[in-house]
Ligand binder design. Structure first.
Ligand code: ZN
Length: 71
């Protein structure tokens, strides 16, 4: 009798995270659909406008400051 169990690959769950980035069609700041002509690309993320990129940068700066303050 074979006691060998089929190995399940943990990699099955991994590709989902990568797919989210590839399928990004909305601005992470205002959630508007990003149009090719007006999109603004920074640090691997598309924004609908430079303004939204700036807002996101300020937000992440604030979050980082908060995290640093908690140390
Ligand atoms: Zn936006």
């Amino acid at each position: 009798m074979a006691t060998e169990t089929p190995k399940t690959t943990p990699a099955a769950a991994a590709p989902a995270a990568a797919a989210v980035v590839e399928k990004q069609t909305n601005c992470p700041n205002c959630n508007k659909p990003i149009k090719k002509l007006t999109r603004y690309y920074r640090d691997g993320i598309f924004y609908c406008a430079k303004k939204c990129w700036r807002v996101t940068v300020e937000k992440s700066k604030q979050e980082k400051a908060d995290t640093d303050a908690q140390k």
